[in-house]
Design a protein around this ligand. Structure first.
Ligand code: NAP
Length: 256
C-alpha cells in the first residue's frame, strides 16, 4: 500500500469522521469539501498528494477540518487496508464515501480481459474491501453511513461500457446486501447514481456531444459535482437515518 499523509488539524471529538475516495478532482473533491463544511472531519484519498494538499488547505482555510492519505486503489487490497488503518488510529469511522472510479470504454467485441478486470477491480472489488473494513467500527459505534457512487449506466447499461456498467450494477447489489446486513446496527448503505456530470471523466465525451446530451436531460443542463455532493451530504446526515438500500439517481431527469 502506498500511503503518504499530511495532518493539518487534530480530529475534534464532536466531529463525525468521513472518508472520501477519489477526492483529488471532480465529484469526490466537491463531496470532500461539502462534508467538511457540514462539520465532519474528512480523510481525502487519491493517488497523488498534489491536488489533495490544495484541497486540505482550502478546507482548513474555510475553518473546517480535513487531512489526506494517498493510495492507489487499483492495488488489490490497498483501500481496505487504508480504511482499516484510519479507523484503528482514529478510534472510529462514521461515513465512507466510495467515489473513486475509472472507465476503460470499448465495444464488447474489442474489450480486453485487462480492461474488464481493471474496471471491476477499481469500481467494485475495492469498494467491497472498503465496506468490509468500515463495517466493524461502524457496527461497534452503532452509527454508520456507507455511500457508494454508482452511475445511471449501472441501472440502464450503456453501449461501450459493458465493464463499467457491470461494475456499477454490482455496486447496487453489494450496497443493498450491506444495507440488509448492517441495518440493525444503525448503519445505512446507499448508492448515489449520477447522470452526466462535468468532470475530467466526461470531458472528451461532452466536448463533442454536449448539446445533444443536454436535450435528453429534463433540467436542460449537465450536472455539476456540487449536485452530487448535495445528495451525498443528505445521505450522510442524521435526517437520512431511516433511508437505506436505496439508489438515489441524480441526473437532472435524464433517465425518466
Ligand atoms: P474523475 O474526475 O475522473 O476523478 C476520479 C477520481 O478517482 C480522482 O480523484 C482520481 O484521483 C481517483 N482515482 C482514479 N484512479 C485511482 C486509483 N487507482 N487510486 C486512487 N484514486 C484513483 O471522475 P468523476 O467524474 O469525478 O467520477 C467520480 C465517480 O462518479 C466515479 O465513481 C464515476 O464512475 C462516477 N460517475 C461519474 C459520472 C460523470 O458524469 N462524471 C457519471 C456517473 C458516475 P487521482 O487520479 O488523483 O488518483
Amino acid at each position: 500500500m502506498t500511503s503518504r499523509s499530511r495532518h493539518l488539524w487534530s480530529i475534534p471529538i464532536d466531529r463525525r469522521l468521513a472518508i472520501v475516495t477519489g477526492a483529488s478532482r471532480g465529484i469526490g473533491r466537491e463531496v470532500a469539501k461539502r462534508l467538511a463544511s457540514d462539520g465532519h472531519h474528512v480523510f481525502a484519498i487519491a493517488r497523488s498528494a498534489d491536488n489533495l494538499e490544495t484541497l486540505v488547505q482550502e478546507v482548513v482555510d474555510a475553518g473546517h477540518s480535513a487531512e489526506f492519505r494517498t493510495c492507489d486503489i487499483s492495488e488489490g487490497h490497498a483501500l481496505g487496508e487504508l480504511v482499516e488503518e484510519i479507523a484503528e488510529t482514529s478510534g472510529r469511522l462514521d461515513i465512507l464515501v466510495n467515489n473513486a472510479g475509472i472507465t476503460r470504454d470499448g465495444l464488447l467485441l474489442r474489450m480486453s480481459d485487462e480492461d474488464f478486470d481493471a474496471v471491476i477491480g477499481m469500481n467494485l472489488r475495492a469498494v467491497f474491501g472498503a465496506c468490509r473494513a468500515a463495517a466493524r467500527p461502524m457496527m461497534k459505534s452503532r452509527f454508520g453511513r456507507i455511500i457508494n457512487v454508482g452511475s445511471v449506466s449501472g441501472i440502464s447499461g450503456n453501449a461501450g461500457q459493458a465493464n463499467y456498467s457491470a461494475a456499477k450494477a454490482g455496486l447496487i447489489g453489494l450496497t443493498k446486501s450491506i444495507a440488509k446486513e448492517l441495518g440493525a446496527k444503525g448503519v445505512t448503505a446507499n448508492v448515489v447514481a449520477p447522470g452526466f456530470i462535468k468532470t475530467d471523466m466526461t470531458e472528451s465525451l461532452l466536448s463533442t456531444i454536449e448539446s445533444e446530451m443536454t436535450k435528453r436531460i429534463a433540467m436542460r443542463r449537465l450536472g455539476e459535482p456540487a449536485d452530487i455532493a448535495a445528495a451525498v451530504s443528505y445521505l450522510a446526515s442524521e435526517g437520512a437515518s431511516y433511508l437505506t438500500g436505496q439508489v438515489l439517481v441524480v441526473d437532472g431527469g435524464l433517465a425518466i
